[in-house]
Structures are given as structure tokens and as C-alpha cells.
Ligand binder design. Structure first.
Ligand code: COA
Length: 157
């Protein structure tokens, strides 16, 4: 995507620094160093979409995992705190979804913290996904030990 405000770049892999910087800005969501390291490592092998300001700041990232030709999963999605609620997440998803559709992918899924956990940050995350057209498929209480997982999906049309 090109806009006067924001550029979205797709890289086959490798935006380790972008992932680390953005996740370190979001301790309320990504507070576990081992999990952050796993996301940073995943940036080596998964397609990276990065939102960049006109000043060159990398402010948002999505990593996509293509499970099958017809289905893909958001492995990681994050926007720096100061940029929340300014359309960056929506712009990233628009780019991701357009790309996936053009390759024949028909469904995009995401796993996030389930409603059984009262965390306020993730309540807002679920509102974002709902606004973007994701629906709740199932709450998976045992996938992440001690942490309820909500499995969501969106048909790409
Ligand atoms: C979830 C996240 C990626 C959304 O990105 P964003 O750039 O803030 O979202 P957008 O500005 O594009 O929001 C698009 C729409 O989603 C909804 N939405 C987003 N944040 C919301 C919030 N805090 N409360 C209610 N609705 C919200 C709104 O309808 C919004 O449109 P509007 O602002 O015109 O009303 C971002 O908030 C984030 O990085 N959160 C922390 C990390 C995280 O939760 N990652 C996902 C883990 S699975």
C-alpha cells in the first residue's frame, strides 16, 4: 500500500529488528522475553509486512503463516502503542488480505487471548479483530496451558 502517511512493505523474511523494537514497545501484550524471542526468530522464515511512516519509523508488523494454499494464519500482529487507533492495523490487514487473495487463499485465522481472561489490552485486541470481520470459531482452553486461547477466522472475499 502507498499512502501519504504510511507505507506497507512486504518482505519474504528477515525484519528481526522491526519485530523486536515493536514488541518491546508493547509490554502489556508481549511481556514474556522467551515469547518475544520466538517471534523475532519467526521473522526469519515467515513473510513480514511492515508499516513504515514517512519519517522511516517501523511502527507495525504482521507475520503470516501459510498453513495450506487456501488458509493462512496471523502468526504475529503488533502496532506500536503511540500509533494505536490510527488505522495502522487496518492498513496492514488490508495489504495482507489483498496479497493472500491474489494467491488464492480464502481464509485467514488468528489465535488470541480468550474472553475467559479479563485482560483489558486483549479485550481491545478482540474488538479490533471483530471490527475487521473476524468471527469467533472456538475457545481452546488447553492449547496454551493456563491461558485461554480464542480461535478466530475471516473469509477472504
Ligand atoms: C490490535 C492492534 C494490532 C490494532 O491496531 P490499530 O492500528 O490500533 O487498529 P486500527 O486503528 O486499524 O483500528 C481499526 C478499528 O478496529 C477497532 N478497534 C481498534 N482498537 C480498538 C480499541 N482499543 N477499542 C475498540 N475498538 C478498537 C475500531 O473499530 C477501529 O476503527 P476506528 O478507530 O475507526 O473506530 C493494535 O492495537 C496492537 O498492536 N495491539 C497490541 C498487540 C496485539 O494485541 N496484537 C494482536 C495479538 S493476537
Amino acid at each position: 500500500m502507498e499512502s501519504p502517511r504510511l507505507r506497507i512493505e512486504r518482505h519474504a523474511s528477515g525484519d528481526r529488528d522491526a519485530v523486536r523494537t515493536i514488541l518491546e514497545d508493547l509490554p502489556q501484550w508481549f511481556g514474556r522475553p522467551d515469547a518475544t524471542e520466538a517471534y523475532v526468530t519467526a521473522a526469519d522464515t515467515l513473510p513480514n509486512y511492515v508499516a513504515i511512516t514517512p519519517a522511516g519509523e517501523q511502527i507495525g508488523v504482521v507475520l503470516i503463516e501459510q498453513h495450506f494454499p487456501e488458509t493462512a494464519e496471523i502468526h504475529l500482529m503488533a502496532v506500536k502503542r503511540a500509533w494505536h487507533r490510527q488505522g495502522v492495523g487496518k492498513a496492514l490487514l488490508t495489504e495482507v488480505e489483498g496479497d493472500l487473495l491474489s494467491r488464492g487463499t480464502r481464509m485467514l485465522t488468528v489465535k488470541t487471548l480468550g474472553e475467559a481472561d479479563p485482560d483489558e489490552g486483549y479485550r481491545r485486541t478482540r474488538l479490533f479483530y471483530g471490527d475487521q470481520g473476524f468471527v469467533r470459531l472456538e475457545e481452546l482452553p488447553d492449547l496454551w496451558p493456563g491461558t485461554p486461547c480464542l480461535f478466530m477466522a475471516k473469509l477472504l472475499l
